[in-house]
Write a new protein. Structure first.
Length: 420
């Protein structure tokens, strides 16, 4: 049986259950689709894929291709809409099976359904690769997902319930079918301008984690440092690799547990896992809410705000806009990264000070973030706007108070606004 494995946000060999599943056939082809729509302007003007994530993704693909080569394989990369490209590849090979990672968001699920419908004679399988738990292992049905993160965490932290154990990288893969044309690489547009400090790919992700966890042991102080506005070791910085699937979240959780067994455990080591549960909650929340993750006003009926992107850009650059927000804009747009604290501050300022529609801010983040994750991004914006999974109905940050707590000496603002 020939299997096509369509890679999406699972650009790794380690702990990749989809790859293991796909490797059960007698022949295998791995394919990645670069969707031209990623680069087209969205409803607010920004394209979904900005320069930082694209640079990171390209490097991840190069790294994956090299890793597959060591197993005698290559990666077919096509510049094409998946609804057209995936069935084309499957049909051209006469493949009997298609495997991919289960998508988290509404549009990707619709895309998958279209592909399935186009391949009525092919066995099409979704495999969970993005989450700590499988849906069957959750202590509730997805349609009864707890309404708040606190309830979710209490349910998921029940004694005896642990994330799925990660799998090792496969020792071998079935060969490519004989009629396979390995020379099908279409990389799409160039990298654009990106000064992101993050290098894509599984190898650099593994190195990064080894340094953060085992060499520097920065996890031991994570809970006290994580709110810093801009300090490399203050938080793990694993998000770009997790979002691209170049690192497995299950592997990360298992490494944290191993660190606790072999080195030390304290409130900080637990807190990093706690943050992974926030990520987990938003993944399931996105699947549960479907289209509602993207619409305003959301569940609680409250929302208003301007959707004018030109006005938004002018506000971001206006000298009257708080210097903390202006500095955050520069950091985000030039590097693709903001700390969690800065993301919260900026989201709150956009919604409550600038009075913009939260979806505008979310689309801006989507374009620029190197670690954009659909569920975490839209889930967090909704949370701050008070239209999603927030029992308190929104979170308003007092910017002057944030400055006195986190940037009293002005170093963050000076650094990014290049002020003396
Ligand atoms: C408005 C807004 C938008 C955001 N958009 C994204 C996004 O597109 N992609 C993304 O990965 N994260 C997003 N986050 C969550 C969080 O800010 C980042 O995950 C974090 O800053 C990444 O840095 P880190 O890896 O050093 O995080 P750490 O503090 O080291 O945390 C470890 C991991 O836990 C997860 N995590 C931590 N905090 C959160 C959170 N609040 N929600 C969900 N997961 C979390 C992430 O996977 C993160 O990599 C957003 C937060 C806000 C407030």
């Amino acid at each position: 049986m020939t299997t096509v494995y369509w890679l999406t946000r699972d650009l790794r060999l380690d702990d990749n259950p989809a790859l293991h599943e796909a490797a059960k056939g007698s022949a295998l082809v791995c394919v990645y689709m670069i969707d031209p729509r990623w680069f087209e302007p969205g409803p607010f003007g920004w394209s979904p894929m900005g320069p930082h994530r694209w640079a990171f993704t390209r490097r991840s693909l190069v790294s994956l291709e090299a890793a597959l080569n060591t197993l005698g394989h290559s990666l077919v990369i096509r510049w094409q809409r998946p609804e057209e490209g995936v069935p084309e590849v499957v049909n051209s090979l006469g493949a009997q099976r298609l495997v991919t990672s289960r998508p988290t968001a509404f549009d990707e699920m619709r895309q998958w359904q279209a592909i399935e419908a186009a391949l009525p004679l092919v066995r099409c399988d979704l495999v969970e690769t993005l989450t700590l738990f499988d849906e069957v292992g959750l202590p509730f049905r997805l349609d009864a997902l707890p309404e708040t993160f606190s309830k979710f965490r209490r349910a998921i932290e029940k004694p005896g319930l642990t994330p799925v154990t990660p799998l090792n990288k496969p020792a071998a893969l079935p060969a490519a079918p004989s009629k396979f044309d390995a020379d099908q690489q279409q990389f799409g547009p160039g990298t654009g301008q990106s000064e992101t400090p993050f290098a894509g790919g599984e190898v650099s992700g593994v190195d990064h984690l080894a340094r953060y966890l085992w060499k520097d042991q920065s996890i031991l102080t994570y809970k006290v440092t994580r709110n810093a506005l801009d300090d490399v070791s203050a938080s793990s910085k694993v998000s770009p690799w997790l979002s691209a699937g170049a690192l497995s979240v299950r592997r990360l959780a298992a490494e944290i547990a191993r660190f606790e067994r072999e080195v030390d455990r304290n409130e900080s080591t637990y807190w990093l896992y706690f943050e992974l549960l926030w990520r987990e909650y938003f993944q399931w929340y996105s699947r549960h809410r479907g289209r509602e993750l993207f619409i305003s006003p959301g569940r609680q009926g409250q929302h208003s705000g301007s959707t004018d992107a030109g006005e938004f850009e002018r506000w971001l650059q206006n000298a009257d806009t708080h210097a903390l927000v202006r500095a955050g804009r520069v950091q985000l747009e030039s590097t693709g990264y903001l700390s969690n604290r800065m993301r919260q501050i900026i989201a709150s300022a956009c919604i409550y000070d600038g009075r913009f529609d939260w979806r505008l801010g979310a689309a801006w983040f989507e374009h620029f973030l190197v670690d954009y994750d659909v569920a975490s991004n839209y889930g967090n914006w909704q949370y701050i706007a008070g239209v999603g999974a927030d029992p308190r109905g929104g979170r308003v940050f007092n910017l002057d108070k944030q400055v006195s707590q986190f940037d009293a000496d002005g170093s963050y603002r000076k650094r990014w606004l290049k002020e003396p």
